[in-house]
Design a protein around this ligand. Structure first.
Ligand code: HEM
Length: 142
């Protein structure tokens, strides 16, 4: 039975250049699915590539037990307080959207078990998000 890490890496290789354009599709869907957040997406063209790649990195890092993951989670949660008070379910929905979109784009090339491997790491990442203590210096957005 391959590790989650191995399955995730193999699935990215299978996805190949069908990754191109995915950030645009993901942001269009994310914004459409969360209309109450539309005003906080001020510059999606600037954010979407980095947000997509760092999302994949966080799940890959977690699967590989990389020591930097906890700090990365704290950093992206603090960063997002510049925009809104997103919830753990918001993060879970984004991660599920990313996984489903990769699987759909890869089609029959998507390896067996890859979605489950990504989803296990997504669940673990969401659990971490839920435990990060809010930075009290940042006021809660209305
Ligand atoms: C693992 C999950 C996530 C990661 C790693 C992540 C990472 C990032 C990064 C790197 C940026 C770009 C910042 C910049 O270039 O200055 C960004 C922007 C942003 N993210 Fe996320 N993000 C995640 C989840 C979410 C979720 C769940 C939401 C809301 C439902 C969200 C909403 C936003 C918004 C509103 C922006 C600013 C967009 C704009 O300027 O138009 N993010 N994110």
């Amino acid at each position: 039975m391959p590790s989650d890490s191995a399955l995730m890496e193999a699935s990215l290789a299978a996805l190949g250049d069908r990754y191109d354009g995915m950030a645009t599709e993901l942001f269009d869907r994310l914004i459409a699915d969360h209309p109450h957040y539309t005003p906080v997406f001020l510059n999606p063209e600037a954010a979407r590539e980095r947000m997509t790649s760092e999302t994949l990195e966080a799940m890959l890092g977690l699967a590989a037990a990389e020591p930097w993951v906890d700090l990365a989670v704290t950093n992206f949660i603090d960063l997002h307080h510049n925009y809104a008070d997103f919830t753990a379910p918001d993060y879970a929905a984004w991660l599920a959207l990313v996984i489903a979109t990769m699987a759909r784009r890869a089609g029959s090339d998507w390896p067996e078990g890859a979605s489950a491997a990504w989803q296990r790491q997504a669940d673990a990442l969401t659990a971490k998000v839920a435990t990060v203590t809010r930075n009290r210096e940042v006021p809660v957005r209305p």
